[in-house]
Ligand binder design. Structure first.
Ligand code: BGC
Length: 792
């Protein structure tokens, strides 16, 4: 029985509770370790006015009071830069407290704390033990208070979850459930007393942003019996979460449930596209990967594994005697519970499916942090989020979700200002011996997330409160990049021009960069070799310019005038250096790749008078590729907007509707329900390569919002916006909405013959400017408006 002491402390660094650890055998297997129950009992002898639980863990916990699960959050305490920040959840549990005997407990598994993570599938990154810290605060009707803390009186026992790892999956034996483990009156004498661990309160912090929840359920669209006791279930949608299975067969039946994004030629689930991680250590034995194993208790109790997640559209169930009723299995979609703020639809079904796939890719990568993919790595790759954040912010309120991550980014920035490739990064850089990983941090286009993510968040919703706290992190990043530019030279440049020219101190052509990353035709394995030797000067210098410029604007917004001027001057010098080095004598961008041309135009690197010829050069490259895109991760979001902004709307639409490789519609035509990592994700013969759920290329849907439907932001938070639909590609109607801080903006247009009509809703406090395809322009005040035009 836990002691009930008073009064409760309030601040996150003062606790009555101590960290407690379950007692577990040291059996050496770190890839899928058992989850433990930890519990205590206490008595309530007086009427309770309110009861509040604050709780966190080294691992992932589910908390229970008197047998009932507390709250609807999933995967708590969530994932943060644990060495610096660990979130503490607070739950109102007044309704669960009973007079007399009570029991408080938690189910604790490895989670991100010590389970596998990332490209290297590391384990024990933050510690070798799991632990729980909790305090139940009771306020009595009489006005006095008491606290039930985690302490040495708690006891622990292994649960029926014999293995749980976020990447590997779970092993449940439902026959071994511990009856009444979190209920009062249960005999826990056979349980082990917990180990009381050391202090460690200095990293505790309040959560920022919404928690993860089970946000949607998808029914099975088909169940096929491939062979006796081998069923394949299709949910029709690639997503992130887990399954719930209610038909587990008779007692003792063991089912193996393998999750994958694709089927192989025989119609069976394959994991080969995402199972292996290039940097993971070779293992001499088979390592389970997003695979659950469950043994039925035969009592109708369902299986729902809430201590691991999977990226999947299909599952294979082995061991079920059949028949397997599709109604008995559900895909449970799990991610951060973000408020939806935008939508889009148009007359073309394939385009609508592309939009849906890009949105699902974001949702598949929005559990606790913005990740690259929900399968192979599940890491907060900085580049991916800086590419997609503006697109996501149109559809969901991602401000607090991102601010939480930016705190982690700043907390993990290297002493020299380098931003890590992935945030949070489980590597302990103080101790880690992997030189390559340590020395490669700080890539252009990835580290720039430090500046670009806050900038886009501000544009999207006008908030400034999070900017000043991030300013130091932004400054450190830009100083790092500028310092690298000044100090290093690419060997090819040094060989060609032994004496550096003055502008070269602003050229960032040294250090490790991912570069444009995954342009069509380059498989990931080759890409890694290629980028190590390339001159990334055109790309990295462009990003240094954009970040210095955005930092100077942000500094102005928060009243830091010296910083504003300093980085405005840096931006001008970097832009001039870029022009000196990467525009040839005739004013053409060099090297003239699609990516370089698009970036130069999108970032404002090309002088105004040269923009038309640069746009013509871009179109020439696109035509030379048979009207195909040639951009990779970084430049793809800007491709169609740059074409539309420079008089080539027709080419933008030709690329949007291109349906031979490489193109977005190839994905849709080959059945994609999320966006592929590589342009060649699924080949014509159905061979699957790499992840099928990476959102970056899906940023093209911003073109649908801004150009097809025509909602263009003019002032942060849409206080002023432009309504400027640019019909094309045979689309006959389109609509979009966005819930701005001022209220809902709506645009819907329709073309019938050569007559166009448009309906616009401008919320109070906002102003709009209407620009119709026939050139008609007028200001629109708050309210609803209907206009028409005639196409010429
Ligand atoms: C990830 C990416 C990431 C990249 C770095 C990959 O393995 O999945 O999305 O940005 O590495 O270029």
């Amino acid at each position: 029985m836990a002691r009930v002491s008073a009064p409760p402390p309030r601040s996150l660094d003062t606790w009555t509770a101590t960290w407690i650890e379950p007692v577990e055998p040291d059996d050496g297997c770190k890839l899928q370790r058992p989850a433990h129950h930890l519990a205590t009992e206490f008595r309530v002898e007086r009427p309770v006015r309110s009861a509040t639980l604050r709780i966190t863990a080294h691992g992932v916990y589910e908390a229970f009071l008197n047998g009932a699960r507390i709250g609807d959050h999933e995967l708590t305490p969530g994932f943060t830069a644990y060495r610096k920040r660990l979130q503490v959840q607070t739950f109102d549990v007044t309704a669960l407290v009973a007079p007399g005997a009570n029991a408080l407990g938690a189910l604790l598994s490895d989670g991100w704390w010590r389970g596998q993570h990332g490209i290297a599938r590391r384990t024990d990154s933050y510690g070798e033990t799991t632990a729980l810290l909790a305090e139940l605060h009771l306020r009595f009707e009489s006005g006095d208070e008491a606290v039930v803390p985690t302490d040495g009186t708690w006891r622990s026992t292994p649960s029926h979850i014999l293995g749980a790892d976020l990447v590997a999956g779970e092993v449940h034996d439902l026959r071994r459930r511990v009856r009444g483990w979190a209920e009062p009156g249960t005999d826990r004498s056979a349980w082990a007393p917990v180990r009381v661990a050391g202090p460690g309160f200095e990293t505790l912090c309040a959560p920022i942003g919404p928690p993860s929840r089970r946000v949607q359920e998808l029914p099975a669209v088909s169940v096929r019996e491939l062979a006796p006791r081998r069923h394949v279930v299709d949910f029709g949608q690639n997503s992130h979460g887990w399954i719930r299975l209610t038909d587990l067969g008779p007692a003792g039946t063991t089912l193996t449930i393998t999750h994958g994004e694709a089927l192989d030629a025989s119609g069976d689930v394959t994991q080969h596209n995402v199972e292996h991680s290039q940097l993971a250590p070779p293992r001499a034995f088979h390592v389970p990967f997003q695979t659950d194993v469950v043994t039925s208790a035969g009592d109708g109790s369902p299986f729902e594994p809430r201590h691991s997640t999977k990226g999947f559209r299909y599952v294979r169930i082995e061991g079920h005697p059949g028949p397997l009723d599709p109604a008995s299995i559900t895909s449970v979609v799990v991610h951060t519970d973000l408020r939806r703020v935008g939508g889009f639809a148009c007359s073309d079904e394939r385009v609508n499916r592309l939009h849906a796939a890009a949105e699902w890719s974001f949702r598949g990568n929005a559990c606790e942090l913005p990740t690259d993919c929900p399968t192979r790595e599940r890491s907060g790759w900085t580049g991916d989020w800086q590419i997609y954040v503006a697109t996501a912010a149109y559809l969901y309120d991602v401000v607090d979700f991102s601010v939480k991550w930016l705190h982690d980014l700043a907390a993990e920035q290297r002493p020299d200002g380098a931003v890590l490739h992935i945030v949070p990064d489980p590597h302990d850089f103080e101790r880690d011996e992997q030189d390559f990983w340590r020395d490669s941090q700080g890539s252009a286009g990835w580290g720039d997330a430090a500046v670009h993510v806050p900038w886009e968040l501000h544009l999207a919703n006008g908030r400034t409160d999070f900017l000043a706290p991030q300013l130091e992190s932004m400054r450190r990043w830009v100083d790092f990049a500028a310092g690298r530019a000044a100090a290093g030279r690419h060997p090819d440049r040094a060989a060609a021009r032994p004496e550096p020219l003055p502008h070269e101190r602003y050229l960032w052509d040294s250090g490790f960069h991912f570069g444009e990353w995954l342009e069509p035709g380059i498989p990931i394995a080759d890409e890694f070799r290629r980028i190590l030797t390339m001159d990334h000067g055109p790309t990295a210098t462009a990003y240094l310019y954009r970040s210095a410029d955005e930092l100077s604007r942000i500094a102005a917004l928060v009243g830091e005038h010296v910083t504003h001027e300093k980085y405005a001057a840096l931006a001008a010098n970097v832009r001039d250096a870029w022009r000196t080095e990467f525009l040839d004598g005739d004013g053409h961008v060099r090297p003239a790749t699609q990516a370089n041309l698009v970036r130069a135009l999108a970032f404002g690197l090309v002088p105004d008078e040269l923009r038309p010829s640069a746009a013509d050069d871009l179109v020439a490259r696109i035509r030379a590729a048979g009207t195909h895109l040639g951009t990779g991760f970084l430049a793809t979001p800007f491709l169609l907007p740059v074409l539309a902004d420079h008089g080539h709307l027709d080419v933008a639409y030709e690329l949007l509707f291109q349906d031979t490789e490489p193109s977005w519609l190839v994905m849709i035509d080959r059945g994609a329900t999320t966006i592929w990592e590589q342009w060649e994700g699924v080949s014509a013969d159905g061979t699957v390569a790499a992840s099928l759920n990476h959102y970056s290329k899906g940023a093209v849907i911003s073109f649908l919002h801004r150009y097809v439907a025509g909602l263009q932001l003019v002032e942060p938070g849409y206080r002023r916006f432009r309504v400027s639909p640019r019909p094309g590609g045979g689309i006959t109607h389109a609509r979009t909405h966005h819930d701005s801080p001022h209220g809902r903006i709506e645009i819907a247009w329709r073309l019938e013959g050569d007559e166009g009509t448009i309906d616009v809703a401008v919320p109070p406090g906002a102003e709009a400017e209407l620009l119709l395809p026939d050139g008609h322009a007028e200001p629109l005040a708050a309210g609803r408006h209907h206009r028409s035009w005639r196409s010429r």
